[in-house]
Each structure stands twice: as C-alpha cells, then as structure tokens.
Design a protein around this ligand. Sequence first.
Ligand SMILES: *[C@@H]1O[C@H](CO)[C@@H](O)[C@H](O)[C@H]1NC(C)=O
Length: 405
Amino acid sequence: MVGRGWLISGVIIILAILARSDLQEVQYDNTAAPPRSICSGDLSFTKGYKCEDYDVITEDGYILRLFRFREGRTKKSQIKMKQSVLLQHGLLVDGQSWFALSHADQCLPLILVEQGYDVWIANTRGTMYSRQHVSSKLTSSDYWDFTFSEMGKYDLPANLNFVYQQTGQKVHYIGHSQGTTMMFAGFNEWRVEERVKSLTMLSPAVFLNHMPFGLVKIVAKAYIGEIAGAFGLRDVNVMIEPFGTMIRAFCAVQGSNCFELIYFILGSGQNCCLNSSTIELWLKVQPQATPIKNLVHWAQGVRKHVFGQYDYGNPATNLEHYGLPEAPSYNLKRIPKDLPLFLIYGGQDWLSIRKDVHILLNILRSYRSVRELYVDYYAHLDFIQGITAKDVVYPDIVSFIQGIP
Ligand SMILES: *[C@@H]1O[C@H](CO)[C@@H](O)[C@H](O)[C@H]1NC(C)=O
C-alpha cells in the first residue's frame, strides 16, 4: 500500500534521530513530585468537574497516577450509586490524550461522567505522571526494562484492584490501541474478569500482519532495535522523546500541518476528523516516552505475525524468562464467554488495520459473541480525538455499557 520511497524516508528520519548526539534517556525521577495534573484545572473545559488524583503502586514497585472524574456539571452526573469506568490510553501517549479536544462534550471521559459514571483514567508506567518507583536503588535501565506485557501483568491489576478497593465494584474497561493490547495480554497473567465487568476495545491492536506503514513497521522492517543496539543504545532503553522534539520543531514551522506529520510517523492512517487547532493541546504533553524494548516487542508482532511475549532472540535467555526456548504466544481465548466485549475499529486505521482486526474477530467468534462497530472513514486517532466521535462512536459505547446490569 505504501511505496518503498516512503519506507526509506521513514528509515532515514529515524536513523537521523537515533544518530543525534544529544539523544538522551528520559530519566525516571524518584524524588520529584509529578507535574500538575489534569485535575489542576489548566484545561478550561474541565472546570466544574470534580477531579482527583491517586497514586497506585504495582506489585513490581512502579508508582502510577490515576485520574478520577467523580462528578460533572449536570444533575445526572451527581447520582450516588455509580458504576465505574476505567479508560486506558495507547502507545506513546498518556491519560491526557483523552482531552486533546476543545469542548467537554467531545471528550469521552467527560461524556461518561455526565452520563452518571465514576470515571478513572490510567497512566501507564514511564509516562510523565507515572515515572516513579518505590526503590531508590533502581537504575534507569532497570526502570525502563518493560513492554506492554508488564503493563498487562502489573499496571492493569494495580489500577483495577485500586478502583475495586475504593468503590467495591468491577469496572467497565475502555482501552484504545495499546490499551487493548495490554488487556489481551493481561488475561494470560491474572484473572481480569474478577475486576472487569465489560470490555470496550477501540482500535484493537493485536495482530499486526498487514500494517502498511508507520513507526512500528519501520522499527520492524529496518531492525531499528538492532541498529539502536549497534549505536550502543539497546541496554539503556532509549526513550522516544526525540520524536517529540522533532515533531515540535516541525510544527513550529509556520503553515505546516502537524497532524499530517503525526499520521506519517505514528502510522495512524489518515484521520478524518481531528481539529487542527487542538494540535497545541496535544503537543503540550504528547508524545510520551516508551522504551525501545517496547517498540521492539511491537515490531516482533509485525515480523512474526504472532501475538506473544517479548522474544529475547535466543533460546537460552527465553528459557531463563519463560522456561521455554521460544517466547510463548498469548492465548486469546482466555476472555470468558460471558464477559461483554465490544470491538470498535476504522477502515482508514493503519495500526489496527481492518484485515488484522478480522483475524482477531475470527478467533474470538470461534467461541463467543462480540459486538462490533466499524467506521469505514475513521483512522487511529479519530476514535479518541475526532470531533465527530461524540456522534459516531461514543453513543454506542454508552448504550453498550448501560445495557450491562
Ligand atoms: C476547533 O478548535 C478550536 C480551538 O480550540 C475551537 O475554538 C473550535 O471550536 C474547534 N472546532 C470544533 C468543531 O470543535
């Protein structure tokens, strides 16, 4: 679908970034307090919403920030007995990405609050609010030694158990992109269904067999992880922050359409419905850091056409980690039959391309029912930042979770 020329220019851009002499790791900081959160009221359209921050500690010691929107502006949002919803963001962004819009009635979390839900917003390990660890002795490379597997194994249960303790309730889970990947992986690690009432998966990213282009594809095709290793960067788990610097530099050039560049680098596909005036909001806090190891894990999916654990590349190291010479695949049939599941995907999305979502759907439908919404003109970011998603997608999500007793 995409010509060789594009692939080559993508590779050149990424190599240029890797070769930059000022390339630095994003340090995890054990002492600094996390920056002011979304609850501080910096976003004018969240005024009037009751918002709280919580810190949650994972079993392996990472300290994660959870945002909670408890009440909105309307009467309906002030009911006492509420159900909880947890929103889980995707790759290279954090929980603030649900708010890169200009109006409260366009944001999924705020729509849910007004519908009478208690809304929790996760920030995975390594993102700006969740960059602390209980241990003061951990080295930076130990801190950044994770992929979406650990997010599914540790971050998810920490957050979901926390909400359960606070509310006594299972949650309706809504994930986007990597937020679906970590959940599908999580089912192989712990009993998710004891904490989750339903699953809504936006742009499910599990099989990457047909991905036409984008960062993950380039990392896969050009063996960027291996090249980073040759630059001496593999062990330090270099972060993706240089992309942020580059995007910001590009966007500072007058007249350039920044969202175009973001489609290109992230490989999200051509989004139909982003408001280009909100790019400022997005750029203030995104893209967020992630380890090279995580990108390599994604790239393994592209190359191997399997959804599995991180492959250490040699039988001895795999044996050490998994007790098996090969990295095991995740079993997608771990989701119980009776757990309501809603898959939402778009025809222009290059990260969760339709053909790959169908592979996933076929596996799921071989043993259970799945509700599905397909929007043929939507790409990857439209589902969370599209100005029309409030009409095209979110009413279906609300009716789906409202229909669950
Ligand atoms: C687009 O963003 C600008 C700036 O935030 C805002 O004033 C405008 O209302 C937005 N348009 C739509 C259709 O949401």
